[in-house]
Structures are given as C-alpha cells and as structure tokens.
Design a protein around this ligand. Structure first.
Ligand SMILES: Cc1cc2nc3c(=O)[nH]c(=O)nc-3n(C[C@H](O)[C@H](O)[C@H](O)COP(=O)(O)OP(=O)(O)OC[C@H]3O[C@@H](n4cnc5c(N)ncnc54)[C@H](O)[C@@H]3O)c2cc1C
Length: 581
C-alpha cells in the first residue's frame, strides 16, 4: 500500500486497533510485532523512519559492559541474548566486533564499584584490571551456553603496544572481548517496517505524519500536504523515545498532562577519514575511558573511523547537533588514548548527534542513569483510548522491548499472539546463504549483472539484493557520479522504501552521507532522479536542495563547499568504472 492508498483507506475507515506514534527502532519493532499478529495497526512518524536516536547510536550491538557497574545485570543478560539473536537474524548487517579495553590501573574501580552497587555513590571512577576482569568474566558466564564468539583474553603491556604501537604508553595491559556492531541500523528499521507491512492490509504506516488530540478524539495530520483526517484508535502506543513527554502533551492537549517520563541525554559522534588510524585499529574497537572516567569508543566503520561519544542532558531532541565543544572533547579523548595520531579538521567527514531516551532521573552523573526499558499505561483522555508509553530502551534490545509492548497491547485487545519473532530473520538476513560467494555468482548469472556489482548489492542489502538486482536488470540502467551506485538502484529505494525527501535517500536508505562518500554532483544527480520519480516542480526541487544542504551543514558539519570539493575525486572513480566496463 503506498502513501496515497493508506491515506485514502484511513479516510474511508478511521478505526484502527492500535496507533503507534514514533517510527524509531522501538516503534517499528512494536509495529512489526503487532502486524504479524494480524492486528489492525497504524504507525505514524513525524519525520523519517529512524531519523532520531535510532540514527545516532554508536552502532554497537552490545550487552553493555559498563551497565554491570550500575548493577543492571538483567538488562545486560537480556541485551546479550538479543545481541546473539541479531547476529543470527540480521547477519547481513550485524557482525562480531573484537573490542579492546586499554587498562591504566590494576585495582582501581573495585571499591568504587562496590559502593556504587550499594548505592553509596554515583561518582564515576577509573576502572582497573581487576574490575574489568570481573565484568568480562560475567559477560563470558552469561553467554557460555551460546558461545557464538571467543571468550575474553588479557594482553600484557608489551604485547598490547606491539599490536597497537600508537596507544598511550602509560597503559599497564589490555583486555579483548567480543561484542557486535551494526553497519546499517537505519536500514534494519526499514526492514522491520516492510516486514510488518507485508503481513497484510491491516498494517499501515506513514512517515511525515502526526496524530494529535482533536476535541474528544484524535486526528492525523499529513506533514507533506497538510491533509487532516480523523483516526479512532482503541489503543495508542507512545514510542516517541526522547519526545515522549512532548508527544503526551499533544495527546492530552486540553488536560493536565502526565508527569514527565523521560530525561534524555545527548551524545555525539564523528566520522574520521584517516587511513592510518583505521588500519592501525586492525578491525578492533577501542573501548576506553577518557581522563574524566567517561567511556568513549572508536572503531573502523565503512572504511572510515567512528569515534564518540558525549553524554549531556537536553530537553528538546529535535534540535540537537554535535557542538564545537563536544567535537573538541572527542578529539581530546582520542589524543589521550592514541597520542601518536593527529587528526586534521578536514579529516572529519561527517558528524551526528542524538538523544538517548532514558527514564526521568535526578542523577547528576548522566552515565549512571539506568539504561533499562519498561512500559507504563496512562488512562486515555475523557475516557478515550489508553496510552501505552515505551520508556527507555537501547537499540540492541529493540526486539524484546517491542515484544514486551506488543504483549501488553495484545492483552488490552484480547488477542492471542500467533507469531514469535525471537528466531525470525529480518529483511536481507532471511535465507542467508552459507556460501555467499556462490549465491552472488548464481544471482549474477541469472540477472546478467557483473559479479562485482552483485557483491556490492549483497553487502548493502543481504539477500534482498535478489529483488534489487532483478529490478536493476529489468530495464536499461545508467551510471551516477559515484562508482558504486546506479540510477536503477536508487529508483528501487525511492519506490519501495517510502522516500519522501532527499535526506531520506542519502542519509538513511543508503550510507552515502555518513560514510563521507557523498559529493555535490552525486547529491544533485540523486535529487534529479527523485524529482523525476515524484514529478516535482523546479521550485520544489530548489526547496529540497536547500533543505538538504542546510541539514548537512547544520546537523552534520558538511558544507556545500566540502561536498563540491569531493566532486573531482568522484569523477576519477567514475572513469575507472567506465573503463573497467
Ligand atoms: C549517542 C547515542 C549512542 C547510542 N549508542 C547505542 C549503541 O551503541 N547501542 C545501542 O544498543 N543503543 C545505543 N543508543 C541508544 C539507542 O540509539 C536508542 O535507545 C534507540 O535508538 C531509541 O529508539 P526509539 O525508537 O525509542 O527512539 P527514536 O529513534 O528517537 O525514535 C522516536 C521517533 O519518534 C518520532 N516522534 C516524535 N514525536 C512524534 C509524534 N508526536 N508523532 C510521531 N512521531 C514522533 C521522532 O521523530 C523519532 O523518529 C545510543 C543513543 C545515543 C543517543
């Protein structure tokens, strides 16, 4: 069902069982859960899917080693179970990540860990070798039955510095353990959406739309054309993450709203294009503590290096960006752990920020606010539908959090669960081949695309590459000013994946922007293609260009000048591709 059909359907029949507000990873997860049970469910997202915190994470799929310090054992256990499920169910995007912790002390962190656990202090302190060993022992114990990845190991100072000579020489030793990372978190969101929509016409979703109180009921507002329609849900799920209290304000417009549920903290990251740094990491994440005790991370990401993050209280998640002082903090932390590596300003090719949806807390140390998730049900306004609020939640645990909220919703609706998602593969993780090389060769042979092209599609989309390769091969294609994309591939994404703005395509359906691989000519070529698909006027195209460049400049630190400086580099790549056929 496309957008016009969805809006038309709602105008004919405004009754839905459940209306989910928020299309971040948690909203999409509960949407998929309910759709798969045959529930009549509508999801509305005020911006694009996975454009809030779900696009701003550190891209770790992890148990959360440091949450052990807060005594959050059950969260760590649940996260490790979900991490291991994602390694199986989304193996096209989630992969093991060897993670190395440089250690500067032997004993510190122990006494502090105990008093913190007893609730006597919240102050962070240095974590010494024994405290880290204890944490990693618990990690290994919790995963011992599944044992998908090797156990942790310690390295002496000498062995550590011989493997990573650029590390701060004042380390005493290091520990390496395994967690996981996700390459395309925004695409997993789209795959959950498509999985839910494919359950049947009972499942509907709209990005760029909101639902708000109107008189004694609710109305849906289409953010693209301003159309307003009544909706009559039996239950509302507020899955708006850091916006939860703002969204409750619009749902309980004419009443004293509920007490605040959320207290978000902002975190920022940089993407750095420094091949020496990337190669030096040798595929490892460095999970280190800065001099102030805050945990920071860096690891190779799509040919660049991802470094972060900060932890600052904020009120409005809509306006966050990586500020200059955060950028300085991240670079200073990098200089502390890797004093030999110098980062030039032009090597920062992208930056991003988002708000962690954490439960309301008065804790003065943001790192100590609980990371667990839970749901609470608010009575509806004037006897209207109840509002189930999803509070907290990490990206890693989206499935179990969605399952929890869906089970509560099913209970309210009196519907029995019929599909379990614990072992259900996601999107391009379905029927994942044991031998990818022969899968790629077979698909290349059946579509007539080159093996190299199909290999790129497989890396980008997993087994969904089959549909995309079929689409590309069905009609004449033409190149774009980027060696590894063509017009038909982007056309597929525009038609199949609810692309409404240029940033949806370049920031979330593809990794062009975040990987620092986007040039101005490529952005303009993608805009021309999108405009042709949508039938946009010249005026609308100009607005869209300006929207995109403003967003890139203000939110991601990438100016029009930077994008255009990348043009020359790109045309060289295109020539190479053309010559190689
Ligand atoms: C800096 C940082 C690093 C992180 N690192 C990790 C990590 O490495 N691993 C991990 O597991 N987790 C990590 N997290 C946590 C994780 O990103 C979040 O917990 C998760 O993405 C939250 O998803 P969500 O769907 O609840 O919220 P969001 O993704 O923020 O989605 C909420 C959505 O609701 C929409 N919305 C708001 N108001 C309305 C309305 N009225 N109507 C309709 N829609 C509305 C918003 O536009 C938004 O898209 C990190 C978070 C941050 C900020």
């Amino acid at each position: 069902m496309n957008r016009t059909e969805t809006l038309h359907g709602l105008s004919q029949s405004p009754k839905v069982d459940v209306c989910v507000l928020g299309g971040g990873i948690n909203g999409l997860s509960v949407f998929r859960e309910l759709a798969l049970q045959g529930v009549n469910v509508l999801l509305v997202e005020q911006a694009d899917y996975c454009s809030g915190a779900s696009a701003a994470l550190s891209r770790m799929v992890h148990g959360g080693l440091r949450y052990l310090e807060n005594g959050e054992f059950s969260l760590v256990k649940e996260s490790l179970v979900e991490r291991d499920r994602l390694l199986r169910n989304a193996s096209h995007y989630v992969a093991p990540l060897p993670t190395t912790v440089p250690i500067f002390d032997t004993f510190s962190g122990l006494a502090n860990g105990v008093v913190r656990f007893l609730g006597l202090t919240r102050r962070p302190s240095r974590r010494g070798a024994i405290a880290i060993k204890a944490g990693l022992g618990i990690y290994d114990f919790l995963t011992r039955k599944r044992a998908l990845m090797p156990k942790h190991e310690f390295r002496s100072r000498r062995a550590t510095l011989s493997k990573w000579p650029a590390l701060n020489p004042s380390i005493r030793n290091s520990a390496t353990y395994y967690d996981a990372w996700v390459s395309h978190p925004e695409r997993i969101g789209i795959e959950l959406l498509r999985d839910g929509l494919s359950a049947g016409p009972n499942a509907m979703a709209l990005n760029y739309a909101t639902v708000e109180a109107s008189g004694s009921g609710y109305r849906l507002r289409d953010g693209l054309n301003g159309e307003v329609l009544p909706v009559q849900p039996r239950l509302i799920i507020n899955a708006t993450g850091g916006w939860i209290d703002i969204a409750n304000g619009t749902l309980f417009a004419d009443e004293a709203g509920p007490a605040p549920l959320m207290g978000g903290t902002k975190g920022s990251h940089l993407i750095i294009d420094n091949p020496a740094l990337r190669d030096m990491l040798d595929g490892h994440m460095i999970y280190y503590e800065n001099e102030d005790g805050r945990i920071c991370i860096l690891f190779p990401y799509l040919g660049k290096v991802l470094v972060g993050s900060t932890d600052i209280r904020v009120d409005d998640p809509g306006t966050v960006r990586c500020e200059a002082d955060e950028r300085d903090y991240i670079l200073q932390s990098l200089a502390f752990v890797l004093p030999g590596i110098k980062i030039r300003p032009e090597e920062i090719v992208f930056q991003f920020a988002g708000v962690r949806p954490l439960p309301a807390s008065k804790d003065s140390f943001t790192g100590r606010i609980p990371r667990d998730h839970f749901c609470t049900v608010l009575e509806g306004k004037n006897g209207g539908p109840p509002v189930l609020c999803m509070i907290g939640g990490k990206w890693t645990t989206f499935r179990s959090f969605g399952e929890l909220a869906a089970d509560m919703a099913l209970d309210q609706l009196g519907v029995t669960r019929r599909v379990d998602t614990a072992d259900r593969a996601i999107g391009g993780g379905r029927v994942f081949p044991k031998d990818p090389e022969s899968w790629i060769r077979d698909l290349a042979a059946s579509t007539g695309l080159s093996v190299a092209r199909v290999a790129v599609l497989f890396e980008r989309y997993g087994t969904e590459a089959e549909d995309i390769a079929g689409f590309i091969a069905a009609k004449p294609d033409h190149p774009l000013p980027h060696a590894l994309y063509s017009a038909r591939e982007l056309q597929y994404l525009v038609r199949a994946e609810a692309v409404e703005h240029l940033d949806d395509l370049l920031l979330r359906r593809t990794t062009l922007a975040i990987s620092g691989d986007l040039s101005l000519v490529m952005a303009e070529a993608a805009l021309d293609l999108l405009a042709a698909e949508k039938g946009w006027s010249a005026e609308r195209v100009a607005e869209e260009r300006s929207r995109f460049l403003t967003l890139m400049g203000e939110r991601h630190g990438v100016t029009e000048h930077t994008l255009s400086a990348r043009n020359e580099h790109r045309s060289e790549l295109c020539e190479t591709t053309a010559k190689s056929g």
